[in-house]
Ligand binder design. Structure first.
Ligand SMILES: Cc1ncc(COP(=O)(O)O)c(C=O)c1O
Ligand SMILES: N[C@@H](CCCC[NH3+])C(=O)O
Length: 465
C-alpha cells in the first residue's frame, strides 16, 4: 500500500510575499468545471429565484411538490460531450450507479458513451432504454449467478472480474465455442478519494485483486487458462470524488508494469486499460473539480510514456466517470417545515433529508443550501438544516448562512445534487422517494415519479394472505 503523500513530490504552495508577483492559487472557481450550478441555471436573480433551463425552481416545486430532484438534461449531455471531446481516442463509460433511469440511459446512448453497470437492475434499466449491450461494462465485487447469466444473455461487451472465484464461475456459463471479453480489476496501491468509505485504490478494502501480493497475477494466469474467456485488459478504480489528476498519473506506471509482466510471462499484450472513474466535482462555491480537459491531457501523455517505458504500445483507454457527468446536472429542492431554536442552534427542518441524500451522514458531505423563491432578509444567521427522519444524525448541513427571516413554507435548493443522492435513496420511516424531473429548453417532464404510500404498501403482503 502506498500513501501518495510519501510517493509523490509535494506541490509547493507559494508564499504570499508583500510586493512580490507570487500569489497563492486563488481559492475561487477556476472555470466552468468548478461551477456548482449548471450552465443553464440562473442563480443570481435579485428576487432570489433560481431558474434552470428557463424554468423557475419555485414553479417546479409548486407543480411537482417537494422534495424534488430537478435534472438538467442539457448539462448532462454537455458533460458527456465535453468528455468525448477531451478524450476522442478513449471510451467514456457513464457509471450508472451515480443515477440511472431509462431516460438517463437513453441520453447516454444518444451521446455515444459506453455504460458501466453493476447489477442486474442497472443492466435491465439500460436494456429497457435500448442501450446496446456491447457498449456495457459489468462490474461488481460479488456478482450473482443471475447477473453473470444475464450479462452473457444480453451480450454485455466487457465483464470486469473482481476475484478468482468468478473466473471459473463465469467461464462455466459461457456457451461452448463462445468467448467473453473480460478485464481484471486490480488494486494499484494508490490512495485517493474524498472519504475512507470511497477509497478503493489500496489493499484494505473489498474491491479488486492486489498487484502487490501477487493475487492479480494469479487471477490473470487463471483467466488465460480459460478458452471461453478473452482477457482484453486491466482495470483499476482508485476511489471517488478525486479532484487532482496526480493519483491517476501515479497509477499508470503500476498498471503498465503489470501489463509488461503479463507480456513477459504469458506472451500476451493486453490491448485495453480501464482507469475507472472517481472524477470529483465542486459541491460548494469555491471548491475545485477535476477538469476533464486537464485530466485528458495529463493522462494521455503519461499513459503513452508509461507504456513506452516498458516497451508496450499505448492501450485503448477506458474511463468511467459517474458523478462528474450527472452530479452538477441535479438540484434538490426542499420545503422548510419547521424553524426552531434548541440549545445554541437554530434548526431548520425540511421535508427531505437522509432518505434522499444519505451523503452527509455517510461521508460528512455538506451540500450548499440556499433560500429560493423570494429575496429574504439582508441579514443572515447560521442555522443547521436537518431532515425529517427519525435519526438525530439526519443533518443535511450543520452550518448554513440563511436569511434571518427564514420560515416554514420557504424553499431551499441544493445544487450539484445529481449523483449518489436519488441513486442511494431509501424509504426509511415509510416515506416514499422524491420524483426526478428532467428539464430542457423550458420544458419539464417527470422521469421518475414520486413514490407513494400505495407503492410502499404494494410490497407489503396484506394480512391473511
Ligand atoms: C468501478 C467503478 N467505476 C466507476 C465508478 C464511478 O465513480 P464516480 O462516480 O466517482 O466517477 C465507480 C464508483 O466509485 C466504480 O466503482
Ligand atoms: N456513494 C459515494 C460514491 C461511491 C462510488 C461507488 N463506487 C458518494 O456518494 O460519494
Amino acid at each position: 500500500m502506498t500513501d501518495l503523500t510519501t510517493t509523490l513530490p509535494a506541490v509547493p504552495v507559494p508564499a504570499l510575499v508583500p510586493g512580490s508577483s507570487v500569489r497563492p492559487r486563488p481559492t475561487g472557481p477556476r472555470g466552468p468545471a468548478d461551477a456548482v450550478w449548471s450552465a443553464r441555471a440562473r442563480p443570481d436573480a435579485a428576487d432570489g429565484e433560481v431558474t434552470v433551463a428557463g424554468l423557475r425552481l419555485s414553479d417546479l416545486a409548486e407543480r411537482f411538490g417537494t422534495p424534488l430532484y430537478v435534472l438538467d438534461e442539457g448539462e448532462f449531455r454537455d458533460r458527456c460531450r465535453a468528455y468525448r471531446r477531451a478524450l476522442p481516442q478513449a471510451h467514456v463509460a457513464y457509471a450508472g450507479k451515480a443515477f440511472l433511469s431509462r431516460a438517463v440511459a437513453a441520453w447516454v446512448r444518444e451521446e455515444g458513451l459506453h455504460l458501466d453497470v453493476c447489477s442486474l437492475g442497472e443492466l435491465e434499466v439500460a436494456a429497457a432504454a435500448g442501450f446496446p449491450a456491447e457498449r456495457m461494462i459489468l462490474h461488481g465485487n460479488a456478482k450473482t449467478p443471475d447477473e453473470l447469466r444475464a450479462a452473457l444473455r444480453f451480450g454485455v461487451g466487457r465483464i470486469v472480474l473482481d476475484n478468482v472465484a468468478e473466473v471459473a464461475r463465469l467461464a462455466a456459463l459461457v456457451p461452448a465455442h463462445d468467448r467473453q471479453a473480460v478485464l481484471i480489476r486490480v488494486i494499484p496501491g494508490v490512495e485517493a478519494g474524498a472519504h475512507k468509505a470511497i477509497r478503493t485504490g489500496t489493499a484494505d478494502q473489498k474491491f479488486g485483486l492486489s498487484i502487490e501480493h501477487g493475487a492479480a497475477e494469479d487471477a490473470i494466469a487463471r483467466v488465460l487458462d480459460q478458452p471461453r474467456l478473452e482477457l482484453v485488459g486491466l482495470h483499476c478504480h482508485l476511489g471517488s470524488q478525486i479532484t487532482s489528476v496526480r493519483p491517476f498519473l501515479a497509477a499508470l506506471p503500476r498498471m503498465a508494469a503489470l501489463a509488461a509482466r503479463v507480456r513477459d510471462r504469458h506472451g500476451v499484450v493486453l490491448p485495453e486499460l480501464d482507469l475507472g472513474g472517481g472524477h470529483g466535482i465542486a459541491y460548494r462555491s469555491g471548491e475545485h473539480a477535476l477538469d476533464p480537459a486537464e485530466f485528458a491531457d495529463d493522462v494521455m501523455r503519461h499513459l503513452v510514456r508509461a507504456y513506452a517505458a516498458v516497451g508496450l504500445p499505448g492501450p485503448q483507454l477506458i474511463v468511467e466517470p459517474g458523478r462528474a457527468l450527472i452530479g452538477p446536472a441535479g438540484v434538490a429542492v426542499y420545503r422548510v417545515l419547521v424553524v426552531k431554536r434548541t440549545g445554541d442552534r437554530t434548526f431548520v427542518a425540511v421535508d427531505g433529508g437522509m432518505n434522499d441524500n444519505p451523503r452527509p451522514a455517510l461521508y460528512g458531505a455538506r451540500p450548499e443550501l440556499r433560500l429560493i423563491g423570494r429575496a429574504g432578509a439582508r441579514t443572515t444567521r447560521t442555522v443547521t438544516v436537518v431532515g425529517r427522519f427519525c435519526e438525530a444524525g439526519d443533518i443535511l448541513a450543520p452550518d448554513v448562512e440563511l436569511p434571518d427571516d427564514v420560515r416554514p413554507g420557504d424553499l431551499l435548493a441544493a445544487p450539484a445534487a445529481g449523483a449518489y443522492q436519488m441513486a442511494m435513496a431509501s424509504t426509511y420511516n415509510m416515506v416514499g422517494r422524491p420524483p426526478v424531473v428532467a428539464v430542457r429548453d423550458g420544458r419539464a417532464r417527470v422521469i421518475v415519479r414520486r413514490e407513494t404510500t400505495a407503492d410502499l404498501l404494494a410490497r407489503d403482503v396484506p394480512l391473511g394472505d
